[in-house]
Design a protein around this ligand. Structure first.
Ligand SMILES: [Zn+2]
Length: 283
């Protein structure tokens, strides 16, 4: 059976409160060997760490751009202390989820840039890969990465993942040139997501990793239309057990066997997040 890694999965979200353990078990039975659970603010740092240690998963620590609206400045100090305390934790695989979001207009731009800049510096200091949230902000995120990379930065100055990537092919190439992998998830299961599908098919295979971003972005086969929702059905919940089927769709898009796609995306995830290697039986 192929081995899969869900590189971005919010298993600590309240949507999973009723059946978290069962959800993880179903994914494991389908070959999802590891889920990376990123924190979104200081209040869930301990939650994601405890989850990772209890379930054989991995975690990341960081303040999400959408949380910069309410996060106190002290959360950056809390993050710094947590990184210092967990520097040798093999399950801490990245700094994240961090980035910039220009889809939500009411965010204070200076503030989200400040949080992003400081966290990129922390990633450099602790030599950790980063999990990037990039929403309508590709060029601004690239600029921050280049600045924080320092003048001596080489072609592979960074490691990490541009999560839920949906930029252009040219923007994809810019992230790849900086050393990043592109996170691909359920968006590519929708015919109408032309740009994502085009990028997923066109970039080198070694640039792609898989993610569900669960509980968000349900795949086509779970998605409930606006009409269904008006009729009272809530939007479906995405879960890590959907990863192999999303992988199958990506394999079909690229015209390669499922096994080859699983093998490549797992290898790529280990490259982006090197600490995963020690966590996997297959590593
Ligand atoms: Zn996320």
């Amino acid at each position: 059976m192929p081995v899969w890694i869900d590189t971005h999965c919010h298993l600590d979200a309240s949507e999973f409160a009723p059946d978290r353990d069962a959800v993880r078990l179903r994914a494991a039975r389908l070959g999802v060997a590891c889920c990376v659970v990123p924190a979104v603010h200081a209040a869930n740092f301990d939650v994601v760490r405890t989850w990772a240690h209890r379930h054989g998963d991995a975690y990341a620590l960081g303040v999400h751009p959408l949380h910069t609206a309410t996060a106190a400045e002290t959360e950056l100090a809390v993050l710094e202390a947590a990184l210092a305390a967990r520097a040798d934790d093999p399950r801490l695989v990245a700094l994240g989820e961090i980035g910039l979001d220009y889809f939500v207009p009411e965010l204070d731009d200076a503030r989200q840039q400040h949080f992003f800049r400081v966290q990129l510096r922390l990633a450099r200091r602790w030599d950790l890969p980063v999990l990037l949230h990039v929403r309508r902000s590709v060029d601004q995120v690239l600029r921050h990465l280049r600045e924080a990379g320092g003048s001596g930065a080489g072609r592979h100055a960074w490691r990490g993942i541009a999560h839920a990537f949906n930029g252009s092919l040219q923007q994809a190439e810019a992230f790849i040139a900086l050393g990043f992998k592109l996170g691909m998830g359920a968006t590519l299961t929708f015919e109408r997501a032309r740009q994502v599908r085009r990028v997923a098919a066109a970039v080198p295979l070694d640039a792609l990793v898989l993610e569900t971003d669960a509980p968000d972005i349900p795949p086509r086969w779970l998605y409930r239309s606006a009409e269904q929702r008006r009729g009272g059905l809530p939007q479906a919940r995405n879960a890590p057990e959907e990863l192999p089927r999303i992988g199958a769709e990506l394999a079909a898009l690229r015209g390669i066997p499922l096994e080859a796609l699983a093998e490549a995306t797992t290898r790529n995830a280990l490259q982006a997040l090197p600490r995963l290697r020690a966590l996997l039986p297959c590593g």
